[in-house]
Design a protein around this ligand. Structure first.
Ligand code: NDP
Ligand code: 8X3
Length: 252
């Protein structure tokens, strides 16, 4: 059985940590993202352990995704685990102040991008069959509304429901589908969300204990390496120092 993981958004955060975790587990890696120099650095770091193929890829571009998969060298073709991790949030303020372009970027990346990659790799995963996995990185924001969640949370709700619906169709194929839904985790996520405001990012994580990229990488690897007959449908993971809060009430 092939042991190849295909990870999108491997240049940072969960994706990069997952690449390291799969390498530790002896899996071959197909890694993508838009920042080529970071991909090259990661390849240099990991290729003494396992075979690594890297490709500069913007998941929003369906044709680029198809071309990249079609160009995979033979030894990297039989993908067993697809980790749909590439994604982002933008504009953490109220919906009424957000530029349309930011909503579109989130939809194009978190929804269209994830669909592009899944559609392109589905035939490969079906060929791999029993034990293959599609592991989608959703979010607590796909389940729980919060102020400033607007389109970001809605894209992650799509990720969750798309995965559940895929499971219905893939039931007899052996291909598993999981929505891993992290809560607060310290990565470059908030830096991206605030368009480069390092102090806002530092402030969000200060004085508490967020999840780390490695915590989520461990969950991704766990899901991918479970016995073939087990499908985790959704894994919601929060820091123990994060929880829900009360309903908001507008008062006079
Ligand atoms: P990072 O910003 O650290 O990493 C995001 C990754 O996504 C980068 O590797 C980036 O690569 C890639 N990416 C973004 N846009 C594109 C694109 N158009 N095409 C290809 N790759 C892209 O954040 P995280 O690691 O935290 O985020 C990973 C996933 O986890 C996202 O889907 C996010 O929504 C989700 N998540 C994050 C949480 C958190 O608190 N950190 C909690 C819950 C979910 P590059 O820029 O090089 O293209
Ligand atoms: C990112 C985590 O808590 O900002 O998906 O929604 S949170």
């Amino acid at each position: 059985m092939s042991q190849i993981a295909f990870i999108t958004g491997a240049t940072s955060g969960f994706g990069r940590a997952a690449a390291r975790r799969f390498a530790e587990g002896g899996w071959s890696l197909v890694l993508s993202g838009r920042r080529k120099e970071r991909l090259d650095e990661l390849k240099a770091e990991l290729e003494s352990k396992v075979p690594v193929y890297v490709a500069e890829l913007d998941v929003r571009d369906a044709k680029a995704v198809q071309d990249m998969v079609a160009a995979l060298p033979e030894q990297f073709r039989a993908v067993k685990a697809l980790v749909n991790n590439a994604g982002l949030a933008l504009s953490p303020g109220p919906a009424q102040g957000v530029a349309l372009e930011d909503w579109q970027t989130m939809i194009d990346t978190n929804v269209t991008g994830l669909v592009n990659v899944t559609h392109t790799l589905l035939p490969t995963l079906l060929e791999t069959g029993a034990g293959a996995s599609i592991i989608n990185i959703g979010s607590v924001a796909g389940q729980w509304p919060y102020p400033g969640g607007h389109v970001y949370g809605a894209t992650k709700a799509f990720v969750k429901q798309f995965g559940y619906n895929l499971r219905c169709d893939l039931i007899s194929t052996g291909v598993r589908v999981t929505d891993i839904a992290p809560g607060m985790a310290e990565t470059e996520f908030t830096l991206v969300r605030t368009k480069g405001d390092q102090s806002a990012s530092d402030k969000l994580y200060r004085g508490t204990t967020p999840l780390t990229a490695e915590d989520i990488a461990e969950q991704i690897f766990y899901v991918a390496t479970l016995p073939d007959h087990i499908n985790i449908n959704r894994l919601e993971v929060m820091p123990s120092r994060q929880a829900w809060s009360s309903f908001a009430v507008d008062r006079d």
